[in-house]
Design a protein around this ligand. Structure first.
Ligand code: FCB
Length: 471
């Protein structure tokens, strides 16, 4: 690659004048991001923003249960109120539209729209109908994720994703939603980040429901992917005009040394983070190296499951945040070796835009049937403060610029990438880290629910206006 996206980083301080920051954000003239059909939007998820967890018949989700357990979430935070989006959605849509964002990725809370017997909850459904209709009135392209981690607790009580039946319940839910919402959804994503649901939820217990067993993780993954595969034909039948796909988080693993053992460790890291999900979806089989890493964890797979899982995708959503430097653990796995002196975010995650480009170009080589890609999440957390009504989130501006440059490089290298969603539209409930970690391009004051547009959002708006004004 001629351009090293991470080398473009210039240390931006809050003292940098607004004018020069603005100039530094605009992509270069030859960037593919100037193409008007490259969709630029923002993303959120139901449990992270909605609040109103006991209203209008919403049932408890695994995140209500998990966040109520002392010690599971930083500062004891829960999503009970979050950004109060359930009540403030109209103003939030106005804000999104006023920023000129062209796309909005949201998720539906399964426990809000269906009861335990599978019957629709009209009040919950009406919320999403109003929201999606308003977004369409505003000309915003809508990406709807069916499952962004808020499993109904009554399903977890029957085994959650360890129970094969949950995959069939998910297909019923997808059926209801696509019958009710057809015409207002441009793109459906079945699942958000099955890696997190399976591994963080059932493998190491950092996320709801908090179980920790590698064997559970592989079985939960199989049922999640089966749920996706069962839902795809249902979505196609009920809403033929929309695009259908899935969203995966991907991780870059780099070796700590040139030794064969460390190279192997980096390979296994990427098998565990990427191939575990992408191989079944795009090749119809699990990577055998996964079971070298976790011996004896092969999931129970029934005849026909892999065909169901590997049905054609219209698009693949990719979420990317950071890379992990690894070394061999001396056995059959890897261990993290954090690099010193590298730029990190408030999460401690290394800023590494080249990882996004390299993974995308690598997938293009590995998967001959790689579908068109949307970057469905990318962004960073910083400890943003409002000063005199402004938020100067200089690190985020630089981060976004460099990751968009990496996307441009991947497009120029031949990867079909059609859009990019900022994570996130606004600060929100960051799972096990609660409200401390601010990922938004809009600041939220949780004591007043006041929204303040951060400088990064103003610059995205400025770019989108310029792009629109071009002949
Ligand atoms: C992703 C999640 C999203 C958000 C970001 C920071 O793993 O999909 O909800 O928490 O990380």
């Amino acid at each position: 690659m001629a351009n090293d996206a991470s080398a473009v980083f210039d240390t931006l301080s809050p003292a940098v004048s607004r004018g020069s920051l603005a100039d530094s954000f605009t992509p270069p003239a030859d960037s593919t991001l100037w193409r008007k059909n490259f969709l630029l939007g923002a993303a959120t998820a139901s449990y992270q923003i909605e609040g109103a967890v006991n209203e209008d018949g919403r049932l408890p989700s695994i995140w209500d249960t998990f966040s109520a357990i002392p010690g599971k979430v930083l500062a004891g935070d829960t999503g009970a109120v979050a950004c109060d989006h359930y009540h403030r959605w109209e103003a939030d849509v106005e804000m999104l539209a006023s920023l000129g964002l062209e796309g909005y990725r949201l998720s539906i809370a399964w426990p809000r729209v269906m009861d335990a017997a599978g019957a629709p909850n009209r009040k919950g459904l009406d919320f999403y109908k109003r929201l999606l209709n308003r977004l369409k009135e505003k000309g915003i392209t809508t990406f709807v994720t069916l499952y962004h981690w808020d499993l109904p607790q009554h399903l977890e009580d029957r085994g959650g994703w360890l129970n094969r039946d949950t995959a069939y319940r998910f297909a019923d839910y997808a059926d209801l939603m696509s019958r009710e919402l057809a015409g207002t959804v441009d793109a459906w994503a079945t699942l958000n980040e099955p890696w997190c649901s399976a591994y963080l939820g059932y493998g190491n217990g950092h996320h709801a429901p908090g179980l920790a067993n590698d064997r559970f993780a592989t079985q939960a993954m199989h049922h999640l992917l089966l749920a996706h595969g069962l839902a795809m034909p249902v979505l196609r039948a009920n809403d033929p005009a929309s695009e259908k796909g899935i969203v995966a988080n991907i991780g870059r693993g780099t070796p700590n040394s040139d030794s064969a053992a460390d190279q192997r460790a980096a390979h296994l890291f990427e098998v565990q983070h990427n191939a575990w999900i992408l191989d079944p979806l795009l090749k119809g089989s699990y990577p055998q190296d996964l079971f070298e890493l976790w011996p004896g964890t092969e999931p129970l797979v029934l005849d026909g499951d892999m065909q169901t899982i590997s049905a054609r995708l219209d698009f693949l959503g990719i979420n990317y945040y950071f890379r992990t430097n690894v070394a061999s653990d001396g056995a059959h796995g890897f261990r993290d070796v954090p690099l010193e002196g590298v730029e990190r975010t408030q999460m401690g995650w290394e800023v590494y835009p080249d990882g996004l480009r390299d993974l995308l170009t690598g997938f293009k080589k590995t998967y001959h049937n790689l579908p068109p890609i949307y970057i469905t999440e990318n962004g960073m957390a910083s400890d943003d403060q409002v000063t005199d009504g402004h938020v100067e989130d200089t690190q985020r501006i630089s981060f976004l610029k460099r990751h968009l440059a990496a996307v441009d490089q991947a497009i120029k290298a031949g990867v079909d990438i059609r859009g990019y969603f900022l994570w996130s539209l606004m600060d929100n409930f960051e799972w096990a880290f609660g409200y401390e970690r601010r990922f938004g391009v809009v600041h939220v004051d949780y004591s007043t629910q006041k929204r303040t547009i951060k400088r990064s959002a103003e610059l995205v708006e400025k770019f989108l206006k310029e792009r629109k004004a071009r002949a």
